[in-house]
Design a protein around this ligand. Structure first.
Ligand SMILES: Nc1nc2c(ncn2[C@@H]2O[C@H](COP(=O)(O)OP(=O)(O)OP(=O)(O)O)[C@@H](O)[C@H]2O)c(=O)[nH]1
Ligand SMILES: [Mg+2]
Length: 459
């Protein structure tokens, strides 16, 4: 659901929502935010609660009948989550009582909050920057302990502060370059004596560190798509089942068993891997199988990593070579020599110029642990540092960081030649803008709408 564009404008009407999940629970919370909640609080509670003190109150309907009794927290502006007055009514967590409470708030002039609208207000009132606001949503969404730790780091502003440090170093360099523009005769000396080249190199090194921490965090959040491909009957579906620990795909000794793509998500050390089993690749006149093979190639187009399975008894055949030739050039490929129980080989990893090969038996399980380790290594996950220091970066953050990296690379060329200083100044300005988009200083309303509409209601 998309946030209406109007809610991106700083609104000060009163919003209310049930902040706890639907269903029954010990406690349910109705949360209200607005510029002046005194009247509403007094009407529902009979008196104004003390700020930031838990108090026991009756929650009253329009006839002064008690809807529920519970704890109330009142945070007057500006010391609240949204920066406005915030009132939390902690009642009993049943759908009927929660709806009665919410309806009462709406009768008193509140409007139902849009998804993420409380956090949007916090952002617009500068309680949080955009990366922190995204950290809130990512923390709620986190499905592993590692992901939760990363998200909380973003929420506490560690990611934002790394970005701010980069931006501030970049501003220093920009000031220098812009000043040099005013004295063109002395430009080389001026930049040299101010160590401009060193300043830029140090920014690039820091950016590289942030990028690497962000990539690791992004892996934790989004995981990677791994496509299993190869000739029919080599054991692709068997491997999917083995890694998933369940009989997901049909396995038979008949070549051409799998027709459709079969998707299953698993986790290795908290990293989500989205496995996609596909139809065996071969020349065929069977129309259903042809469709399956087309889907297999379509899945490969979307893959982050391909496992090319081969029968260990025959190794990489000329058919496999023609499959390899069709794969996108940049796509990492692991060759898996399966069925070593039949070929009599030992489980092992071999690395050469053509890439990494792993020998295993899906049937006996020998070499499967090795495969798990290699999978993590291939996606850049360093087990020893795991989630330490990783930032819960989203795709848009990675793109902004990569864009800034490219602009700085271009700036480097101009700086070394001390030529075309106007262009250099412009590259630096754009790099700063790219970085600032992460924390929300340069962000379009459309993007804000998209980000906040993906929150749950009540947050
Ligand atoms: N001996 C042995 N047999 C295996 C091994 N892995 C899979 N098989 C057998 O090989 C046959 C084919 O396995 P599948 O997993 O269906 O192969 P596939 O690559 O998915 O085949 P298609 O779906 O036809 O493309 C089955 O009979 C499996 O039991 C293995 O490591 N050792
Ligand atoms: Mg199969």
């Amino acid at each position: 659901m998309q946030c209406p564009a109007t809610s991106l404008v700083k609104n000060n009407d009163t919003i209310a929502a049930i902040a706890t999940p639907p269903g029954r629970g010990g406690i349910g919370i109705v949360r209200i935010s607005g510029t002046n909640l005194e009247q509403l609080a007094q009407t529902i509670l009979g008196k104004l609660p003390d700020p930031r003190h838990a108090g026991l109150f009756n929650f009253l309907d329009q006839n002064n009948q008690v809807i529920d009794q519970g704890i109330v927290l009142y945070f007057p502006s500006p010391n609240s989550y949204t920066g406005e007055d915030v009132l939390e009514l902690h009642g009993h967590g049943g759908p009927a009582v929660m709806n009665l409470l919410l309806t009462r708030c709406l009768q008193l002039g509140a409007r139902l909050a849009e998804p993420g609208e409380f956090t949007l207000r916090a952002f617009l009132n500068e309680k949080l920057d955009l990366a922190q606001a995204e950290g809130v949503a990512d923390l709620i969404e986190a499905s592993t302990a590692n992901a939760a730790r990363c998200a909380v780091r973003s929420l506490h502003g560690e990611f934002s502060s790394a970005i701010h440090q980069l931006v501030s170093a970049l501003i220093d360099l920009r000031v220098l370059v812009e000043a040099t523009l005013d004295f063109p005769e002395e430009e080389i000396d001026f930049l040299q004596s101010a160590h401009a080249v060193e300043q830029l190199a140090s920014i690039q090194t820091k950016l590289e560190q942030v990028l690497s921490a962000s990539r690791r965090g992004n892996l934790l959040q989004e995981g990677i798509k791994v496509v299993l491909t190869g000739q029919p009957n080599v054991g692709k579906s068997s491997l999917l089942n083995r890694l998933a620990g369940d009989e997901i795909a049909i396995v038979t000794e008949i070549p051409g068993t799998t027709r459709d793509t079969i998707r299953q998500s698993i986790e290795i050390e908290g990293i989500p891997l989205h496995l996609i089993d596909t139809a065996g690749l071969r020349e065929t006149s069977d129309i259903v199988e042809q469709h399956g093979i087309a889907r297999a190639y379509a899945a490969i187009e979307q893959a982050d990593l391909v496992l090319l399975l081969v029968d260990g008894r025959y190794g990489v055949t000329k058919e496999d070579h023609s499959v390899l030739a069709r794969l996108p050039k940049e796509l990492p490929v692991l060759t898996v020599h399966n069925k070593i129980d039949l070929s009599g080989q030992l489980s092992r990893i071999e690395e050469d110029t053509s890439g990494t090969a792993i020998y295993l038996s899906v049937k006996s399980g020998e070499g499967i642990e090795l495969l798990r380790t290699v999978l993590l290594k291939t996606v850049g996950w360093q087990t020893n540092i795991a989630g330490e220091g990783a930032y819960m970066a989203r795709q848009r953050h990675l793109q902004a960081l990569l864009h800034a990296k490219e602009l700085l690379k271009r700036a480097e060329t101009w700086l070394h030649t001390a030529d075309q200083l106007e262009i250099l100044a412009e590259e630096l300005r754009l790099a700063q803008q790219a970085l600032s988009s992460i924390t929300g200083e340069f962000t379009s309303d459309d993007l804000l709408g998209e980000i906040f509409s993906n929150f749950c209601i009540g947050k």
